[in-house]
Design a protein around this ligand. Structure first.
Ligand SMILES: O=C(O)CCC(=O)C(=O)O
Ligand SMILES: [Fe+2]
Length: 701
């Protein structure tokens, strides 16, 4: 039996979709108890994107039967998958009573489904003129009787049904039916997003303020096309976040390290186009902290030139449960390859499908343990292109279904707000719970859409939420644009487009130590400084680049590469311009070398550094074994050792005559920085065996 003035809430849902779970959470946030009708039954209400929904009303009528004589019990009905509660029972009842009505319906901006009925409505100034049947509230007895004034079939449209009843003035007055024109209880979001503002409420949570009516609605309905709006503000409302501490209150907690058994997963690795830094990509996959004998591998490689590295990697990693590889010559396109991965996941009885694209670098090996524990249907870690606002998710969608920036996008990518975010588009790296796979057959194929767009469209159509977690930083994205795999050592050219990864591979790990005030720079000769700057790999690859180009200068004074056509102290060399590396090298000078220069030659600033001569020198006993004493045409000179004394060659080094000081134990990747003129008259010492390579720049000639 119910108490006087009690509130009984009904909803209908036949299965526990993400929207339903969100609805239930919102009722829990305000201690509301709700009776769910239809759970586990077959949905008989038609396709709600068109007309339908009579099913809901017929279930409700049945459920109200026991209360048909109760004149004080207040009954509320709401849809579930696109509805959230924003307030307490007390406020709902209080606001209901101010209507002095028996039944109150939600009101919305659009007259639907029969536009022509708009003229039959009573006139109102409010933008919410028309009945919406996704939410209503009334006394049990009157509601029950109203539902018996007329009958509808399961597949009939419930909103149409109620609109007809409401527009019948006799019935309207008999039951004292009113519409919630001021959205004091029900807010329908369609056409109203501009009226609404998320505010920080005095209770430490977020609330929704209707700036037109001044109300703070208690039930928010993402009717019609406003579902994405609801998803977006839903990240804040119903106590999902604290406005006072800025904490996510609704985010699953994660055990690190992982406790319990590791479920079987299928890891799909997709290489749909030429991607730089594949080596590191695969290394990070290898290092994932997840038992390999719980992972089925599925590799789609559409790039002939990457096959070699993939095959090597597969043969070095034999512990995986199984490996399925799709090669370019099989003629399987990307959407199909992705769809097949889902089918394979089903066949292998996996618990999760983990999809990773070749642009994804999973720097934190715990990422999988993290994602498994999120308890979401579809979830990915937030990944960014370093130093950029490009990410693997969109905060909002344009009307055409493409990227739109959400009000909180920058806050999320800057980590000013951390949490697990319901978003309309997610790509590159995500984990899918296998319970969803039956919905996702063919998900990656949809007309002309890119496979990622098609996939997200499918998820949205099936009302599956996508989440992105920015609570931890587990990796980053590669930018594959402008990558030219036809070059020798093409990653060397990625200093602009993928600077972060370029540094990881090519900048000496101790480089930044030299910039510290408390570290005294090494000075092997007066005003000659010595710094680690690039990795041995950089040196090796630069040598490969010049050697494969191969057109070494003759070592004579005539040099048509120079503006004057004459070189006073010629070396056997290849200029960076000749291997299309000049721009890159100048940027390197500006980004790294300049900082060292400013650290040791105090008070000299020249940004960006200029250099017309940037070249690799080759010394060989039978070619040019040494370089006679000279001044450089530079303010300061950069001289990097590219290979190893005592292993690759004997002898060599640089001698400063004024100080009778030589540096012969040069180290690969280490840079000598010295003034070019006047005091630093110098020579290149004789190479007696092998080949010595150095990289030289005359900075600020
Ligand atoms: O061999 C060396 O280390 C010095 C090279 C040099 O002085 C130059 O190329 O101008
Ligand atoms: Fe020199």
């Amino acid at each position: 039996k119910t108490k006087t003035g009690d509130l009984l809430i009904f909803t209908v849902s036949t299965n526990e979709t993400d929207g339903f779970k969100r609805y239930i959470k919102s009722t829990e946030a305000y201690d509301l108890s709700v009776k769910v009708l239809g759970m586990g039954q077959k949905w008989e209400g038609g396709d709600m994107k068109f007309r339908g929904g009579g099913f809901k009303i017929n279930l409700l009528r049945q459920a109200l039967k026991p209360y048909q004589h109760d004149e004080s019990l207040i009954v509320m009905f709401t849809d579930s998958f696109d509805v959230m509660f924003l307030g307490t029972k007390e406020n709902i009842i209080k606001n209901f009573k101010t209507f002095n009505a028996s039944i109150v319906f939600a009101a919305e901006v659009y007259c639907w489904p029969e536009k022509s009925l708009a003229d039959s409505y009573p006139k109102t100034e409010s933008p919410y003129k028309y009945l919406n049947s996704g939410g209503f509230i009334g006394y049990a007895k009157q509601l029950y009787n109203l539902l018996n004034e007329n009958r509808l079939k399961d597949k009939d449209d419930d909103q149409h049904y109620f609109t007809k009843l409401f527009l019948n003035t006799e019935i309207r007055e008999k039951y004292r039916i009113r519409l919630d024109h001021k959205a004091t209880i029900f807010q329908c979001a369609s056409g109203a997003a501009d009226h609404l503002k998320l505010i920080e409420s005095s209770d430490g949570y977020y609330a929704l303020l209707n700036e037109i009516t001044g109300s703070q609605p208690l039930v928010l309905h993402g009717n019609g096309p406003s579902k994405l709006y609801l998803n977006s503000v839903g990240n804040y409302l119903s106590k999902a976040r604290s406005s006072s501490t800025n904490d996510c209150l609704d985010c699953p907690s994660i055990n690190m390290p992982y406790v319990g058994e590791f479920p079987i997963i299928l890891m799909g690795i997709f290489i749909p186009f030429d991607t730089p830094f594949m080596e590191e990509f695969l290394e990070k996959i290898t290092k994932l902290q997840y038992p390999k004998n719980k992972i089925h591998l599925y590799i789609f490689c559409k790039v002939e030139s990457h096959l070699h590295i993939i095959n090597n990697w597969i043969s070095e990693n034999k512990e995986y449960l199984s490996v399925k590889k799709i090669e370019p010559n099989e003629g399987i396109d990307e959407p199909l390859a992705r769809n097949l991965a889902i089918e394979r996941c089903k066949i292998k009885n996996c618990k999760f499908f983990f999809s990773v694209d070749s642009v994804v670098h999973l720097d934190d090996p715990t990422v999988l343990q993290w994602l498994i524990q999120e308890q979401k249907g579809v979830i990915g870690p937030m990944l960014l292109r370093p130093y950029k606002s490009w990410s693997n998710f969109w905060g909002s969608l344009s009307n055409e279904g493409y990227y739109a920036r959400s009000f909180d996008y920058m806050d999320i990518i800057n980590n000013d707000k951390r949490g697990v975010w319901n978003i309309p588009y997610l790509t590159s790296c995500y984990l899918i719970n296998s319970t969803l796979l039956p919905l996702l057959s063919g998900a990656y194929e949809n007309g002309k859409l890119d496979p990622d767009m098609a996939f997200c469209q499918t998820l949205r159509d099936k009302e599956v939420f996508m989440f992105v977690d920015n609570r931890i930083d587990v990796g980053h994205l590669i930018n594959p644009e402008d990558f030219d795999p036809t070059k020798v050592n093409p990653e060397m050219y990625e200093i602009f487009t993928n600077k972060y990864d370029w540094e990881q591979r090519y900048i000496h790990p101790n480089f930044s130590m030299s910039l510290r005030e408390d570290v005294t720079p090494i000075q092997p000769c007066p005003d000659v400084y010595w710094f680690p700057i690039v990795t041995p790999r950089f040196c090796k690859e630069l040598i490969q680049m010049v050697e494969s180009y191969g057109k070494w200068s003759s070592g004579s004074n005539q040099d048509e590469r120079l503006a004057g056509g004459y070189e006073n102290v010629p070396t056997r060399d290849i200029h960076m311009k000749q291997i299309d590396y000049e721009r890159h090298w100048l940027y390197f000078l500006q980004q790294y070398v300049r900082l060292l220069q400013e650290r040791v030659f105090i008070g000299y600033f020249h940004d960006p550094p200029q250099a017309l001569m940037n070249f690799v020198v080759r010394y060989r006993p039978d070619e040019q074994p040494s370089l006679r004493p000279h001044h450089d045409s530079s303010t300061y000179t950069v001289n990097i050792a590219l290979n190893r004394r005592g292993i690759d060659y004997e002898g060599g080094g640089c001698r400063f005559l004024r100080y009778n000081c030589s540096i012969t134990d040069t180290k690969v990747g280490w840079l000598l920085l010295h003034p070019g003129r006047l005091t630093h008259y110098h020579e290149g010492l004789l190479v007696s065996n092998g080949t010595r390579y150095i990289m030289v720049s005359f900075v600020d000639p």
